[in-house]
Design a binder for this molecule. Sequence first.
Ligand SMILES: Cc1cc2nc3c(=O)[nH]c(=O)nc-3n(C[C@H](O)[C@H](O)[C@H](O)COP(=O)(O)OP(=O)(O)OC[C@H]3O[C@@H](n4cnc5c(N)ncnc54)[C@H](O)[C@@H]3O)c2cc1C
Length: 337
Amino acid sequence: MTIQEHVSLQPYNTFGIDANARYFVEIRTEEELVALCKGDFLKDKNLLILGGGSNMLFTQDFDGIVIKNSIQGFDTKHAGETIYVTAGAGMVWHELVLKTLENGINGLENLSLIPGTVGAAPVQNIGAYGVELKDLFFELKAIEIDSGEVKTFLHEECAFDYRYSVFKGPLKGKYIISSVTLKLHTSIEVNTSYGAINSTLNEWNIANPTPKEVSDAVIHIRQSKLPDPAKVGNAGSFFKNPVITKKQYDLLKSEFETIPGYPQPNNRVKVPAAWLIDQNGWKGKTLGNIGVNPKQPLVLVNYGGGKGAELKELAYSILDSVKERFGIELEPEVNII
Ligand SMILES: Cc1cc2nc3c(=O)[nH]c(=O)nc-3n(C[C@H](O)[C@H](O)[C@H](O)COP(=O)(O)OP(=O)(O)OC[C@H]3O[C@@H](n4cnc5c(N)ncnc54)[C@H](O)[C@@H]3O)c2cc1C
């Protein structure tokens, strides 16, 4: 474990923003992480835990220590049709998805090709195509930064919700996740409830898809809809889809007839943020080196050389315009640093 100084974070964030970290350390084992937390170096320093940097926007240099989690590992425990898969927090999420599928272990297919690491997946309870991490989560191990103690968090202790967990709330910045255990299975039941998966499989003339075929369909859809961060800097959806009361939704519906809404528990309705942004004419807008993706207006992009502060300003202009027209306050999903 080597602590480096003045390190460019450009290769470590999918927006491709050029910001510097005062200190930077890459951690490859749980033991290294425990030693770092038990030692004195972290004391009185700002900390930032970094996985793949695919949900972060750096708006300035980071005057503290960036801890890049690169802990690997893959282990399985069989219990009949149930398979408990434990992966190191630094493993690339999509590699885990592919590795499980290659080994006849199913459940992660709908979450294919989500960028980032295993350790970040529970932090915002990643989700896509009708499945969320919480549906497959069993437990995780994390190191308490202040004490260096290793703690196991069970499902009910993580307070999972839509793009939320306790690690984004009261425990933010207090623990570093070192491994995650998922409860997967060998049965070949698949979830094709999401319309786009069904139509892709239909186009491919697949009536009874295997989990691998569902994964292929998801990869195909994602590649056709979302910009590849290796080519155009982005962090996926910049905003969460707002959840409003049914009363507020009905009022909006009387004014904006085509506003889409998806019923949620407790008399609430989820409204696609992309629709709200699109209605205000942001789709495809370019401002110098940055802009709004022409296919998916939820995705802000850095065409090269864009600054984090400019992207933040664009995000807040979008947020203000949506608030003014619809009275809905969008919440950024991306961590703005
Ligand atoms: C093209 C694209 C598409 C995307 N599509 C989706 C999608 O469909 N669904 C979805 O949910 N997300 C999506 N995202 C967002 C992103 O992939 C996820 O949020 C992912 O989990 C981030 O992983 P990361 O390792 O890059 O995390 P980072 O961006 O490095 O970190 C994200 C947060 O987690 C914290 N963190 C990271 N690792 C740890 C750890 N080991 N312990 C404690 N805290 C940690 C960080 O401090 C930060 O607060 C997309 C992003 C992109 C670029």
